[in-house]
Design a protein around this ligand. Structure first.
Ligand SMILES: [Zn+2]
Length: 423
């Protein structure tokens, strides 16, 4: 093939060039032709060697690791990958789909979760996730948020929450699969995993133990005093004070149904009385914060620390937010809160739900007074809270209708939650 190409090219160059040189200038013509021959011979050598490298496994190596709650997959490739040309949610049984995916096999399961790079838009912000049979038949697929980075052109690093991908903690067999989309076979393959797909590790699946993690604390406890978050984005933080109490499970049930996150400013003594509810708040992804031990006006430093000790003892989480009882602050309180590595968090929307104005009034106050970055004051303890519970669902719907996202106070303020492996 290369010989034929060379012969053909030489002939066409000679005929093509003969007219452009003057007949008397033979020496220069010969030198020029010699240079061209060398170029063509060089090309003929380069072309087949390129073809050889394309036959090699395009994945040089791959690695899995965990950081906090996130799973990180690193893939080093032989050539730079054009992410926009990859199928984010490919049909794995088809020969003409291009993909680069992490395959996770839960130990003892038959479903494979395939987490894939690429797609047309947002290639650096999302990953495709497909649940497939072992032969590649797609049972369901979706797109999850992720952070994708390309380092020095050849290394791809994707960071994502394994819970988003439907990967619970446990033991997995894994490898990274690459398919160029240029498989000579067409149509559904008998065994797509065996033909035309390159793997790393190439010969076997590696084992990874996805460890469970839990929230142990948060950043940003600098003593700052805030009543709201940044006004630039339509986010709002719902907060519940004076719990946990018998009303807390109702609040949690509605938040779960509405897929909304909130922040609970707990009293140390209530945490002692309702430890299960305090732990449930954290386990459901809400934020646990400090509201003093027993609700005195302007609590002392030791009262604040006592509440923190109890919250840590029961939930394992060290709060980085403190809300003063009655919202009352003094310079010594602020100093105590700073020393305990927390922020002082009040509010800019007061539902006055403790005055029992009724569910309609509470919901309407929230929906009409919230601005981007607002922190909303409510109560899940300290008195009858049926009105607050009844207002919650329609308040959340009303906020969403107006384009608001419900976040925890730490998310609103840009504090980071710190996660540690359980084992
Ligand atoms: Zn209170």
């Amino acid at each position: 093939m290369a010989g034929r190409l060379r012969a053909y090219t030489r002939r066409s160059i000679m005929t093509g060039l003969s007219g452009t040189f003057r007949s008397g200038d033979r020496a220069r013509q010969q030198i020029a032709l010699l240079v061209f021959f060398l170029l063509i011979v060089g090309l003929a050598i380069i072309i087949p060697s390129n073809a050889t490298s394309a036959d090699q496994n395009p994945i040089q190596n791959s690695k899995l690791s965990q950081k906090g709650r996130s799973l990180i997959v690193q893939v080093r490739t032989v050539q730079e990958v054009n992410l926009s040309k990859l199928d984010r949610r490919p049909d794995f049984a088809r020969a003409n789909h291009r993909y680069l995916c992490l395959q996770m096999n839960p130990r003892g399961g038959t479903t494979i979760v395939r987490i894939c790079f690429g797609g047309g838009k947002r290639t650096y912000r999302v990953l495709g996730v497909s649940r497939t049979s072992e032969t590649g038949k797609v049972r369901s697929s979706k797109v999850i948020p992720a952070e994708v980075k390309k380092v020095d052109g050849l290394k791809l690093v994707a960071t994502f929450d394994p819970r988003d991908a439907g990967l619970p903690p446990g033991n997995y067999a894994w490898r990274v699969a690459s398919h160029s989309g240029s498989c000579p076979q067409s149509g559904p393959l008998e065994k797509p995993d065996e033909d035309c797909v390159d793997y790393f590790p190439p010969k076997h699946r590696a084992v990874y133990d996805l460890r469970p993690v839990r929230a142990v604390g948060c950043t940003g406890g600098n003593g700052e005093f805030v009543t709201h978050g940044p006004r630039g984005r339509k986010r709002v933080a719902l907060t519940f004070d004076d719990g946990p109490s018998d009303y807390t499970p109702d609040v949690l049930r509605i938040l779960k149904r509405k897929k909304a996150k909130a922040t609970f400013f707990m009293l140390g003594q209530q945490v002692s009385s309702y430890p299960t509810y305090a732990r449930r708040v954290l386990a459901l992804g809400h934020e646990v914060a400090n509201h003093s031990y027993d609700h005195p006006l302007l609590p002392s430093g030791s009262n604040i620390r006592r509440a923190n000790r109890r919250i840590i003892q029961v939930t394992g989480f060290r709060p980085c937010l403190f809300r003063p009882p009655y919202g009352a602050v003094s310079s010594s309180l602020k100093a105590d809160v700073r020393a305990a590595r927390m922020k002082v968090v009040n509010w800019d929307v007061d539902t006055s739900d403790w005055k029992l104005p009724g569910a309609g009034s509470i919901a309407s106050t929230i929906v009409h007074q919230v601005r981007p970055g607002s922190i909303v004051l409510m109560h899940d303890g300290g008195g009858p809270r049926g009105g607050t519970v009844d207002a919650l669902s329609s308040a959340i719907s009303g906020l969403r209708d107006r384009g608001y996202r419900l976040v925890t106070v730490s998310q609103l303020l840009g504090n980071r939650i710190i996660y540690r492996p359980v084992r």
